[in-house]
Design a binder for this molecule. Structure first.
Ligand code: FAD
Ligand code: UDP
Length: 757
């Protein structure tokens, strides 16, 4: 696969969205960055220049003789492009920043065509008249349309079936260098403080009158303008003693300049050329720790207008006043509330996250050809969830074994898989997964592959519109019944008046009714459980509802484990790190049967359903399934906590999850999932009840009689286990197995020694 990017912005112009994204896309595909031509004297032969500014990125600049007609130019470019691409890996991904380049590339066969629309180019000065028609053609040809901001999204969303807003992001650590005291660049060092700075392209989007007015009204301020001047006559720039035009600088130098400013400026004109812009410099300035004064650019107001770090001003008087305010902010200490608020707004934003989300969308269109593995492995691991991944990691890294991991799904992670959705929000495909454990050993093991984001899970139950803490605690009872229970003793006494003794406690109904009585049981447990399991709690083992305690204090955390956290970059990143080992091969989208036809192996680790492995010999083990309905809402938040439970049987779903609470990500929109329990679908939950346990025992007897197969995981051991328990189970299985192997090899060595005697 090769990605060809057609860009009207040159790679070496300003380091912007195309460069960020292409440098990251190059981790996955070779990237060819195709620029506009440069002109040689008439009569010379068309040719190309190329250089590689980043690993796997090749910038190609055509050289054409001057004086070509439009048709001859397109023909020459098409010839150069075809020649250049002749040796490139197929299929191609075409990625357009400008529709104009369709004129010489429309013939290319591509597995995916993307229009990454950064600006409303037709509104720009000197926009060619054919741009509109070419954009329509590109929209018709594109599989995906990305927009650089929300205003552009609103403008394009009705024009294509797959438009996704990806506002420009920020490499926060790069710009945060501005916060450290560094040497002032030589051309800035002589400028008196305070300094109010701008960096970026200086063109028709700049409000030159505003710039002049600010300079005139405060001669003691230095206005520092960093960036190339294009499309406008430099003679039109306001010239003042206190405005310094320092010219273009490299991306690497920008934090050095910003580090010497007190306030960052965005003095954009409000005109058609700025109607849709979403200036990348906004989050960059914030990452640099600067307060910002901007004119009322729609996307700045929309995405950042509520931050105290950002002042918006419509007139030059208001702009000057806003600069005064920002200068006062700049004098506040590093710990100032406005900076903390800005930092919080930026947390979770990265170009990497944007590129990941884009790649997920591309992958849905370009199904990569599966690498079908062949040959011999020491171990075949069926299933790339927690069980399979821990086993593979241990067998390879600790045991030195060659392992093939397969999964019938097209991703690793099993039910814990997470990914960035089309809105760029990290979501869990199979419902919310919160990591919690009391085992130091398990935390230590997983911490080799991930950092953690501390997170304590809180759940509210929706009782006829009233949101109350779940598990039931003192606050729940006070809210529900209008009580004023004050301490544990009060609360325990209240619950004692409600509890209905049950002896013996065997079912999921018994365990709750014996603690809180029938009314609370019906309000919180009966309906939820009937929906979730398709069974009445009286038909389920007590272990199911016993997972949810009742509390007499006001602790509203869902779990009380000593360690509660989310993997800092998500579960999938953690799984990828675990499986990243030269002795591990991975084949996704492949079933056990398919793999068996191609590879041989000495031993098997099976983490799929145990009844499936044995061909349902004794009949099917029951599993409960779920349907997940994922959606993104055009609002920042939906609910106050990550999960709201809906215990009523009048509501068809059990709970709604809002992921940003789990991950700490900030975004203008929010992604949520409704869970609808179902009898059919992927097996998620083994159903704990006596007859199922009896059936499982019969399969377990077959397991004991099966040599060279290790059965590990929720499905293979038919256990309603959490992630940490599965990790613990897998680590223990590996240890036992490794011990047996070394015993076996000692025995084999002894046997050989005896035979030799
Ligand atoms: P899985 O994750 O199910 O992985 C098994 C893999 O094997 C699957 O990817 C499957 O495709 C593959 N497979 C099966 N058969 C075959 C075959 N024949 N060929 C090829 N591949 C095959 N735990 C927590 O600790 N905290 C939580 O908050 C939490 N929330 C949960 C929410 C939901 C909705 C669900 C369903 C579970 C939740 N869990 C939670 C439990 C957690 O998901 C499991 O403990 C964990 O994922 C089990 O890992 P596993 O490897 O055993 O199984
Ligand atoms: N449960 C319930 N009401 C709730 C939450 C849970 O009845 O508001 C019951 C339900 O039977 C559920 C079980 O308690 O399956 C265990 O809940 P938990 O949140 O531990 O389930 P998970 O989603 O983690 O499997």
């Amino acid at each position: 696969m090769t990605l060809v990017c057609f860009s009207h912005l040159r790679w070496d112009f300003v380091f912007q969205r195309p460069q960020h994204l292409m440098a990251l896309m190059a981790h996955e595909f070779p990237v060819i960055f195709w620029e506009e031509p440069v002109w040689d004297p008439a009569g010379t032969e068309p040719a190309v220049d190329s250089h590689s500014p980043f690993a796997n990125v090749t910038v190609v600049t055509p050289r054409l003789p001057e004086g070509l007609s439009a048709e001859a130019e397109a023909a020459a470019l098409r010839g150069l492009l075809d020649t250049w691409l002749a040796g490139s890996a197929r299929p191609l991904i075409r990625w357009y920043y400008t529709p104009m380049m369709l004129s010489f590339s429309r013939h290319l066969a591509a597995a995916c065509t993307i229009y990454d629309c950064m600006d409303e180019l037709a509104n720009f000065r000197f926009a060619p008249p054919e741009l509109g028609a070419l954009e329509a053609e590109l929209l018709a040809a594109a599989d995906l349309v990305f927009t650089g901001g929300h205003s552009l999204y609103d403008a394009k969303r009705t024009m294509h079936h797959a438009v996704h807003a990806f506002p420009s992001s920020v490499d926060a650590p790069h710009f945060a260098q501005a916060r450290k005291a560094g040497a002032d660049p030589a051309d800035q060092a002589g400028l008196p403080r305070p300094r109010l700075g701008f960096y970026g392209v200086i063109d028709e989007r700049m409000d030159l009158d505003l710039l002049a007015a600010v300079a005139d009204s405060r001669p003691e301020w230095s206005l520092v303008m960093v960036g190339p001047v294009v499309k406008i006559d430099p003679a039109d720039l306001p010239r003042r003693a206190n405005i310094a035009y320092l010219g273009g600088k490299t991306y690497e130098q920008l934090p050095l300049y910003a580090g010497g400013w007190d306030v960052a400026l965005m003095p954009f004109a409000i005109n058609p050329s700025t109607q849709f812009i979403s200036p990348t410099k906004t989050p960059e300035y914030l990452a640099a720790g600067l307060p910002i004064v901007s004119t009322a650019i729609t996307d700045v107001v929309r995405n950042y207008g509520t931050l105290n770090a950002v002042s918006i001003a419509a007139t030059s008087e208001a702009f000057v006043a806003a600069c005064e305010h920002a200068l006062a902010q700049a004098r506040e200490p590093d710990s100032a509330a406005w900076r903390r608020q800005a930092d919080a707004a930026l947390s979770g934003q990265s170009w990497q996250a944007v590129a990941d989300a884009m790649r997920t969308l591309i992958a849905q269109i370009v199904r990569p050809a599966r690498v079908a593995r062949t040959g011999h492995y020491d171990y075949l691991v069926v299933g790339a969830g927690f069980a399979g991944t821990v086993m593979a990691e241990r067998l390879a890294r600790d045991g030195g074994k060659r392992v093939l991991v397969i999964d019938r799904r097209d991703h690793v992670g099993g039910n814990a898989f997470d990914h960035h959705d089309a809105a760029g929000i990290l979501v869990h495909r199979y419902g919310p997964h919160i990591f919690h454990t009391n085992s130091r050993e398990i935390v230590d093991y997983l911490s080799r592959f991930t950092d953690w984001r501390p997170y304590e899970h809180r759940v509210l139950a929706d009782i006829d519109g009233l949101l109350v803490p779940m598990p039931i605690n003192r606050t729940t009872l006070n809210s529900l019944y209008g009580l004023k229970l004050e301490d544990d003793a009060d609360t325990a006494a209240f619950l004692a008046t409600r509890a209905e003794p049950v002896d013996p406690i065997t079912t999921s109904a018994d365990v709750v009714i014996s603690k809180v009585g029938s009314e609370l049981y019906e309000t919180f447990f009966r309906g939820y459980t009937r929906k979730q399991w398709g069974l009445d709690p009286s038909e389920l083992d007590k272990s199911v509802t016993a997972r949810v305690p009742t509390r007499t204090d006001a602790d509203d955390r869902y779990f009380t484990d000593t360690f509660q956290a989310m993997p800092a970059d998500g579960y999938t990143a953690m799984f990828t790190a675990m499986l990243d080992h030269p002795l591990i091969d991975i084949e996704l989208g492949t079933s056990f049967e398919e793999a068996c036809a191609r590879v041989s192996y000495d031993r098997l680790v099976f983490t799929g359903p145990i009844d499936e492995y044995f061909g349902y010999r004794y009949g099917k083990l029951p599993y409960r399934s779920l349907e997940f309905r994922h959606e993104t809402l055009e609002q920042e938040w939906l609910q106050p906590v990550a999960v709201v439970n809906y215990p009523s049987e009048d509501v068809p779903y059990t709970r709604v999850t809002e992921y940003k609470h789990l991950t700490g990500q900030s975004a203008a929109r929010t992604s949520i999932t409704h869970e609808f329990p179902s009898a059919t679908g992927d097996p998620y939950y083994p159903i704990p009840r006596p007859e199922n346990e009896a059936l499982y025992k019969r399969y377990a007897a077959l397991v004991r009689a099966t040599t060279d197969v290790l059965f590990v995981g929720r499905l293979a051991t038919y256990r309603y286990y959490n992630m940490d328990q599965i990790v613990g189970q897998a680590l223990a299985s590996y240890r036992r197995h490794a011990a047996q192997l070394s015993l076996a090899s000692e025995l084999a060595a002894d046997t050989r020694a005896i035979a030799a005697e």
